[in-house]
Design a protein around this ligand. Structure first.
Ligand code: ZN
Length: 205
């Protein structure tokens, strides 16, 4: 092999190994969330895509691929920035996106929350079922300083929706724990199994 050929050969091998690395996680399942953000809340499509990168890293534990679909923008207003009253319901009705899960990013809403099918007492409105809502506060140091750096509140809210369950108070730190000091990125094998059986998750063949 002359120099030129061997150079090309090396490039080819580099290309192959990069591809091999990218497919290191063998996904067996997938789900396809849509996202929305309120104008003026601080959220941008780039920040949301970053949040979902972290979500993917966490769901790699279950070989579940997170196929983020569209990121929709919603006109902001004082009410919507803080999701006062029924703003979340108004937003989903206005956007009319039938796909679930739907993850909404708003301004300061005090806490992040999800509407499940059965687990959430808030889920009185069918349109809100399988939606998760996150406030800008999750980006702040104030919020992050009490929590494990591996933790993702977006992954946590999606977990509520995927398992259709509330908090897991097993005493062990995990993604679905209900306390700031107990949450981290760990998904138990049993939780993975539950997620895979969610009607929102499909098996890859
Ligand atoms: Zn929670």
């Amino acid at each position: 092999m002359d120099f030129r050929k061997s150079f090309l050969f090396s490039l080819l091998m580099l290309g192959l190994s990069a591809e091999a690395l990218a497919s290191e996680t063998l996904y067996t399942h997938a789900f396809s969330p849509h996202a929305l953000f309120v104008t003026g809340s601080g959220w941008t499509p780039e920040l949301i895509r970053n949040e979902f990168k972290r979500v993917q890293e966490i769901y790699n534990q279950c070989q579940i691929r997170v196929d983020l679909q569209e990121i929709h923008e919603v006109t902001g207003s004082e009410e919507r920035l803080s999701l006062l009253g029924q703003s979340d319901l108004e937003i989903v009705e206005e956007l009319n996106i039938p796909n679930r899960p739907l993850v909404g990013f708003a301004g300061l809403i005090g806490v992040s929350y999800s509407h499940g099918d059965e687990f959430s007492p808030l889920s009185l409105q069918k349109a809100l079922t399988n939606t998760s809502w996150l406030g800008w506060e999750i980006e702040t140091q104030e919020y992050k300083k009490d929590r494990d750096p591996s933790y993702s509140p977006v992954a946590h809210e999606l977990a509520h929706v995927l398992c259709n369950c509330g908090h897991v108070a097993s005493g062990e730190r995990n993604l679905l724990s209900g306390h700031a000091h107990d949450v981290n990125a760990v998904i138990t094998p049993q939780q993975c199994e539950t997620f895979r059986h969610s009607p929102l998750v499909r098996e890859l063949k």
